[in-house]
Design a protein around this ligand. Structure first.
Ligand SMILES: [Zn+2]
Length: 158
């Protein structure tokens, strides 16, 4: 294959259930690098004062404020059953594939429990896994009344 289209990005920003999302434009193999989560590096005590959903904690001293538009990784949505994960190396936040991601698939990672509890829990998670789980629960509760199911705990990495 010619590399003339080599400038084509690995991903594109597109419409998702929760607003905008990042979608694979090419096949992304499991384990491969996708994108850096970039932004302004701030001491945690400063970041704690900000009201911003794009804060990514690097470690117990530093947080990345990923709100600038040029940080395309900010469009990656949360999923409880993600196809990508984040890793921090030398204060760089790396997003890489943990499963094979096909062109057109939305790229997601698990935002972690703190973020989930702070921003997602109350409204209800809109990720595909939770959507599916709710659909299953709904049809199950029609048949078996009175059986309570508790929401499972998602142990986010971070
Ligand atoms: Zn979910």
């Amino acid at each position: 294959m010619s590399r003339t289209s080599g400038s084509r990005r690995l991903f594109r920003v597109g419409r998702s259930k929760t607003g905008l999302g990042l979608f694979a434009a090419k096949l992304i193999r499991r384990g491969s690098f996708i994108v850096y989560y970039t932004g302004r590096k701030l001491p945690n005590r400063i970041a704690d004062e900000l009201d911003n959903k794009y804060l990514f904690e690097i470690n117990n001293r530093w947080t990345m404020d990923g709100s600038p538009r040029r940080n395309v990784a900010r469009y990656v949505n949360h999923s409880c059953r993600p196809n990508a994960e984040t890793d921090v190396k030398k204060h760089k936040i790396i997003i890489s594939a943990i499963r094979t991601i096909h062109p057109g698939d939305e790229i997601t990672y698990n935002y972690g429990r703190n973020y989930f509890n702070a921003f997602i829990k109350e409204k209800g998670c809109k990720c595909a896994a939770c959507h599916h789980k709710r659909a299953v629960l709904r049809s199950a509760s029609k048949g078996r009344k009175g059986r309570k199911r508790r929401k499972g705990r998602k142990g986010g990495k971070r």
